[in-house]
Design a protein around this ligand. Structure first.
Ligand code: G16
Length: 547
């Protein structure tokens, strides 16, 4: 039968992508991620899994080959569900089983998933594929295709795309074009049209306001923002740095570097007051920054972005007279000042979830308008069906007064500008630029909305980071014994202090976050908590040192 032939094909092809005996990988915050030379078998098997997922959902599934913010030597894979979301926890479980099955157990594991999910193997399958600019991405994406084809799935290879562009294509395909056209041209057209609509009526935008410095992290974002620029018809003029022509991916540049190090990337020529932004390695994150006349560096991270966008949306809702509930979703990394500002001054609902956009995305879906951003700059805005309908109705209502109608039209273009499938550096950048233009705000005025509490992030190496178990959206640890008590004691020494630790789901480290009233105190607390992790959670290598 056809089915038997397919299993035979899987058997033969999998031998060409064999698994190193004993290698065990965990499905992390955003899929599998490790050194690229350990991933060939994982890619082949994720091709198999995506095909099964497509048969199960009767929809197109996406596979993105990228390790995003990780160093060039790493790679990884992100799976995209039909509406452009991340795959569900049950399927993350299957992914783990499939990736870790020894060679001789692969078919049995595959058949087990087919049985448990009652998958109709005769059903057609379609997988969209994308990859970032890493050297290893080329051969690893071929391994994915081998997996798809072994199970008889159809494939469309988009080649070099950003992660959010692939999410977008999957969503367009599965909504039969209602979300947009599943081509690069369709993506650029939709975003640029909305951006031009939003900015064209802003009076007297100066050249300075239309200019933005972009750090492309030497990755895929640099390529794609250059492609998009021609569509923007000079309404936004970009100076691109770290475009990948010479520098190394994510090395001393990119959103993660800028956020964690709290300093400008290398290779960007910025003068005082100029607006700059950095993408990460697959362009799903963005952070903004500038230096002031005293050469001090100012970071505008995901929290500042969420505040800017939610303030803007709230104002528009008021002007439009629309009664829609707006909420902001953050993680434990959100700066305490941002949470206080959102709750106390802005009076919006704030939710906190575990790290990982998949968690934030789901929490944001519970509201009419859910703005979600991780402090690292990963985020977007979700509009419920009801919210989109109300906005549209008002925009078309001939009886509505001018102010209401104008606000509704702005909201409508804003919806079109946002990539609702996942955080998207290009879309977020255009949104931020549009908001600053419409509200006639400078980057300094945006920065002044609230003042960040000084903070510090550190990494600690331990023998096995799984010994750390957390609760309360990762704000407290329950294992190993004594660690939370140690953190509590240390936090009490400082004013306005807060600290937590969690195992990273993308790197082999434990992450430590601390904030306090001064930078010295935040640094001291981060160091002391790192030392506690090192001592109580099996630290390896050099002991942490004071900063
Ligand atoms: C991924 C996830 C993000 C997460 C980040 C760091 O980002 O998509 O949600 O914040 O990893 O995760 P962790 O602290 O567990 O290492 P990216 O941009 O690297 O794909």
């Amino acid at each position: 039968t056809a089915k038997m032939a397919e299993f035979e094909e899987v058997s033969q092809k999998s031998a060409l992508h064999s698994k190193p005996v004993g290698l065990v990988l965990q499905y992390g915050t955003a899929g599998f991620r490790t050194n690229a030379n350990k991933l060939d078998h994982v890619m082949f098997r994720m091709g198999l899994l995506a095909t099964l997922r497509s048969k199960k959902t009767k929809a197109t599934i996406g596979v993105m080959v990228t390790a995003s913010h990780n160093p060039e030597e790493d790679n990884g894979v992100k799976l995209v569900d039909p509406m452009g979301e991340m795959v569900t926890p049950a399927w993350e479980g299957y992914a783990t089983q499939l990736a870790n099955a020894e060679q001789e157990g692969l078919l049995a594991t595959l058949k087990d998933i087919i049985k448990r999910e009652a998958i109709d193997m005769v059903q057609e399958a379609r997988v969209f594929l994308g990859k970032d600019t890493r050297r290893s991405s080329e051969s690893l994406s071929k391994a994915v295709l081998d997996g798809v084809h072994a199970l008889g799935g159809h494939s469309k290879d988009y080649g070099l795309v950003t992660t959010p562009q692939l999410h977008y294509m999957v969503c367009c395909q599965n909504t039969q074009g209602r979300y947009g056209e599943a081509t690069m041209n369709g993506y650029y057209q939709k975003l640029s049209k909305a951006f031009i609509q939003l900015t064209k009526n802003v009076p007297n935008r100066t050249d300075d306001q239309k200019t933005l410095l972009v750090d492309g992290a030497n990755g895929i974002g640099a390529l794609k923002v250059s492609e998009m620029e021609t569509y923007l018809k000079k309404e936004l003029q970009l100076s691109l740095f770290n475009d990948g022509s010479t520098g190394k991916l994510n090395h001393l540049c990119g959103a993660d570097y800028v956020k964690v190090q709290q300093r400008a990337p290398t290779g960007v020529e910025m003068s005082a007051g100029e607006r700059c932004c950095s993408y990460d390695g697959d362009a799903d994150r963005i952070v903004y920054y500038y230096t002031d006349s005293a050469c001090r560096f100012h970071l505008l991270d995901g929290d500042k972005i969420a505040t800017l966008i939610s303030t803007y949306l709230k104002e528009l809702l008021t002007q439009a007279g629309l009664d829609l509930q707006i909420a902001v979703v953050q993680t434990a990394y959100a700066n305490g000042s941002s949470t206080r500002y959102l709750e106390d001054i802005m009076k919006v609902i704030v939710r906190c979830t575990k790290t990982g956009v998949k968690h934030l995305h789901h929490a944001a879906q519970e509201f009419d308008i859910g703005v979600y951003f991780e402090a690292n700059g990963h985020g977007t805005v979700l509009f419920s069906k009801l919210a989109e309908e109300k906005i549209q109705q008002l925009a078309q209502d001939s009886n509505a007064n001018d102010e209401k109608k104008r606000a509704a039209l702005i909201l409508q273009n804003t919806v079109n500008l946002i990539n609702q499938t996942v955080g998207d550096a290009l879309s977020d950048m255009l949104l931020i630029e549009a908001v600053l233009a419409i509200r006639e705000m400078t980057v300094q005025q945006w920065d002044a909305i609230y003042t960040d509490l000084p903070n510090r992030q550190l990494k600690v190496k331990v023998a096995d980071r799984r010994v750390i178990d957390t609760t309360d959206a990762e704000r407290r640890t329950v294992c190993p014994a004594g660690l939370q008590e140690a953190i509590d004691t240390l936090v009490k020494k400082y004013n306005l202090a807060r600290s937590f630790v969690r195992p990273s789901g993308t790197e082999d480290v434990v992450r430590v976050y601390a904030e306090a009233d001064t930078q010295e105190h935040a640094d001291a607390l981060a160091y002391e908590v790192s030392l506690a992790v090192y001592q109580l959670a099996g630290g390896v290598g050099e002991e942490p040192k004071p900063l």
